[in-house]
Design a binder for this molecule. Sequence first.
Ligand SMILES: Nc1nc2c(ncn2[C@@H]2O[C@H](COP(=O)(O)OP(=O)(O)O)[C@@H](O)[C@H]2O)c(=O)[nH]1
Ligand SMILES: [Mg+2]
Length: 494
Amino acid sequence: MFESITQSLTESLGNLMRGKLTESNIKEGMSKVRQALLEADVNYDVARDFCKRVTEKSVGDQVLKSLKPGEQIIGIVYKELVDLMGPVDHSIAIRRGEVAVIMMCGLQGAGKTTTCGKLARMLKEQGHKPMLVAADLQRPAAIEQLKIIGEGIGVPVYSEDPGQSTPVKVCQNARNASRQYECDVIILDTAGRLHIDDSLMKELTEIDNKLMPHQVLLVCDAMTGQDAVNSAKVFNDALELDGVILSKLDGDTRGGAALSVKAVTGVPIKYIGVGEQMDRLEPFHPDRMAQRLIGQGDLATLLETATKVLDQEEMARQQEKMAAGRFTLEDFLKSMEQISRMGSMKSLLKLIPGMGQVAQAMDAMDGMDPDKDVKRIKAIIQSMTLDERQNPDRIDRSRRNRIARGSGTDPAEINDLLKQFKGMAGMMKDMMGMGMSDRLKAAQQMQGAMMNPNAQMAKVKGSTKQQTDRNVARDKKKQERKRAKQQRKKNKRK
Ligand SMILES: Nc1nc2c(ncn2[C@@H]2O[C@H](COP(=O)(O)OP(=O)(O)O)[C@@H](O)[C@H]2O)c(=O)[nH]1
Ligand SMILES: [Mg+2]
């Protein structure tokens, strides 16, 4: 998400961090920031005002004479970015004994119907009983699409024969019917048009006036950049929006819409759509987004995704196996599958502070693709029998050739994987074997090393080196024993 603006913002801020800061080079730096914003399709006035504010706050004596002026300026940019996109109130007030009405609107193809489903799924997970309402009578297929979505997430869908009804009637009848189903929130999937026109606005204001929705949310396609912002403005004038949901942020969007919507319309982005599947809706957090934009990653989202999508029981089982030294290639495959549920390796890297540039560098280099490696390793393990996955020592040359053929790889690659896996399993066992306090110490050391790479790295390196030395020694001993055994067998035969 937002690769190029993140890169250019990080670069221009990085330049400010180096060298002596004066009023004139701050201004020069800010004009680069402004250019980066414009290239990301941020609204012209928004970009200009943003840089003006940052410059005003940065050139004062307080900043320039401070100990670390560069860092102060990054702090100012961060805070201004947060203010530009926020604040956001994600709550959707649903009172007991009352049916809350959420009205979705937007242009055709923006993602309304999909987002209705995502929102219903999210509310259901929060313990509510949502109902979807097919209020788009423009396209016959729209009702069918909503029904399929409702079935998939286990949420009832209210619809009427489009020839016999009107959108307003459908919505009113749905509200009455929702009591029968004991639903506490209904989500109206309204019609869109390719462009804003009077008939659309008339239809929507009528629903708005009759139903008095608790929330009117506009779904905007992030890929359309400033067009999305302009349409948000028109919709807001007619309907007084409570929030915007920016869809398709998983695509190759430049980010201009996300950065301008709030400033231009005064309406905050509440949620973002990051994929076609029903679980791809996230609350929008301006602080996390700002952190990401200035190249600081987003660990909060990473941890949230991890607790949401990883199977905690399975992870605990695997941890036990690691500790007991019974972690097999089968388990390795399972844990890789778990991690890929969180997204691609590259997208995960970008969430880790400081790793965004690494992911970008990988993009620039041929043959550096962690996702390809994962795919290859998966293919290799999948070409093994269950017995081989659990007892990799049984993989001899002929089995290795078979696995290589099955996975479209080279026998040498299988060898490498088996060797790496052996080393890794040993290291994991050592880690798990450490007491809680030792593990904490190791983690602290690692953290210290990250904050101050030169001072602490030696220690951490030392400890992993000790472990590898131990592993090498152990492997050597094992091999010697094996050789001695084979020799004894030979001697017997003679
Ligand atoms: N990649 C991606 N596609 C989306 C997202 N939201 C919706 N879509 C796709 O956009 C297309 C139009 O969506 P739809 O809900 O039918 O739009 P509507 O006309 O506004 O109801 C569909 O192919 C959706 O799968 C999203 O967040 N990411
Ligand atoms: Mg639709």
